[in-house]
Write a protein that binds this ligand. Structure first.
Ligand SMILES: NC(=O)C1=CN([C@@H]2O[C@H](COP(=O)(O)OP(=O)(O)OC[C@H]3O[C@@H](n4cnc5c(N)ncnc54)[C@H](OP(=O)(O)O)[C@@H]3O)[C@@H](O)[C@H]2O)C=CC1
Ligand SMILES: Nc1c(N[C@@H]2O[C@H](COP(=O)(O)O)[C@@H](O)[C@H]2O)[nH]c(=O)[nH]c1=O
Length: 369
């Protein structure tokens, strides 16, 4: 095998490891690391980012090599994100690689964190390590895996993914509000895997009143549950809602009524109330996003009904649609999103298909602007 192919192989292995950090490392990026012996072939250590404050991928791989009684002197480290050069909650990974005597580092993509941003590779090079970038297609995959982290670092807001389940005729509920279930079990479990990626799962009070949702991750294994959030101008969320069942992750309620008696009852159920400004009598979604950014949310997972879905879409906030379409016709019912009438087709909000997959009997469509 050529050296370039070996690089692609090992960096691909590091990417596979990085995927194990989904639902574990947030808000830190998902990173994988593979250490390869000087012969260029033998894998001597593997690791991925642990929970925030815990060891990064490089340190896990170095420890793994130690456990395997393998020397890291002269080794190559394949890492899916540029090694960090700053003191965060843990010391810089660059220093650990230098101390371990690694001869070469191949990174898939640069770290967009302004505290790193090229300085990791520069610091390695200054220490005499060959610091190189991997192939472009792996850079794209590494970036995609951390799309929320890149969004937070580069745009100052989370990546906003809106999940919806609809019928063939675009209905998300019957006219009386019933919607469980439109899609099959496989698609619903897949939806949980996307919840698992998120820092926060959010819906509107209309969905709370209609569905009494739990909004947690149940269908896939996860080390930490995402936070849950409700947008509820007048605090109509019932204190007995299932969201507040014992053992659930924290619930944040965005409201204009944080001083009311209802607020006190919800606080007693463990909710955190976040006072928000109003726009046209409803919660300012820009304020919600700013709050979620302050909480270091990388990926925001929306599961709203048509009213709030329409507001997020019309505000231009949605980066990705995650649409499950079931092969069923529902007739009269609730739309995907409540949108204003268009003056003409040329002003329509157009999307492009990013991915199309069959999940069980349903389709999963991922679309981006
Ligand atoms: N198939 C699917 O994927 C899904 C279907 N559903 C279905 O949708 C229906 C519920 O829909 P809906 O009532 O629209 O629920 P939403 O989740 O969209 O909640 C809407 C409510 O959010 C509140 N809100 C606060 N701020 C805003 C804002 N800036 N913009 C818009 N709304 C805001 C409003 O109430 P207020 O002004 O009082 O704050 C509004 O009535 C149910 O039938 C449910 O089963 C729900 C989720 C997913
Ligand atoms: N009806 C419908 C969905 N509905 C979504 O699931 C939520 C319920 O979440 P939970 O209480 O955690 O199971 C509900 O409020 C709504 O957002 N999802 C789907 O994948 N397919 C479906 O057909």
């Amino acid at each position: 095998m050529h050296a370039a192919d070996l690089d692609a192989l090992h960096l691909g292995q590091a990417l596979a490891l990085a995927r194990h950090a989904i639902g574990l490392s947030e808000p830190n990026p998902r990173v994988g690391c593979v250490l390869v012996a000087p012969d260029g072939r033998q894998v001597i250590g593997e690791g991925f980012t642990q929970q925030a404050g815990g060891p990064h991928a490089e340190v896990m791989a170095l420890r793994d090599a130690q456990t395997r009684a393998q020397s890291t002197r002269g080794a190559t480290a394949y890492v899916t994100l540029e090694p960090c050069a700053h003191h965060g909650r843990t010391p810089p990974c660059c220093d650990a690689l230098v101390a371990a005597g690694v001869a070469r580092v191949v990174a898939a993509v640069g770290d967009p964190n302004p505290l790193v941003n090229g300085q990791g590779m520069a610091r390695l090079a200054a220490a005499g390590i060959r610091a190189e970038w991997g192939p472009a297609e792996l850079a794209e995959q590494a970036r995609e895996l951390n799309i929320g982290f890149f969004s937070r670092m580069q745009r100052g807001r989370p990546w906003v993914r809106m999940k919806m389940a609809s019928s063939l005729d675009g209905r998300t509920a019957l006219a009386d509000g019933r919607s469980q279930w439109i899609t099959g079990a496989a698609a619903r479990a897949d939806g949980h895997a996307w919840r698992a990626r998120a820092g926060v799962v959010l819906c509107g009070v209309g969905t709370v009143l209609a569905d009494d949702p739990r909004l947690d991750v149940r269908e896939v294994a996860i080390a930490r549950q995402p936070l849950r959030a409700i947008v509820d101008t007048r605090l109509q969320t019932p204190p007995q809602a299932r969201l507040f069942a014992a053992g659930g992750s924290p619930v944040r309620l965005y409201t204009a009524s944080a001083d009311s008696a209802a607020a006190q009852a919800l606080r007693e159920r463990g909710a955190t109330l976040v006072p928000c400004p109003l726009v046209d009598g409803r919660i300012d979604l820009a304020a919600v996003l700013a709050d979620l950014h302050a909480l270091a949310c990388n990926e925001l997972h929306l599961e709203c009904g048509p009213t709030l879905a329409g507001a997020w879409l019309q505000g231009g906030w949605v980066d990705e649609l995650l649409l499950y379409q079931a092969p069923v016709l529902l007739g009269p019912g609730r739309p995907l999103a409540q949108l204003a009438a268009l003056p003409g087709l040329d002003t329509a909000m157009r999307w492009r298909f990013h991915e199309l997959t069959r999940v069980g009997d349903d389709l999963r469509l991922r679309l981006r602007r």
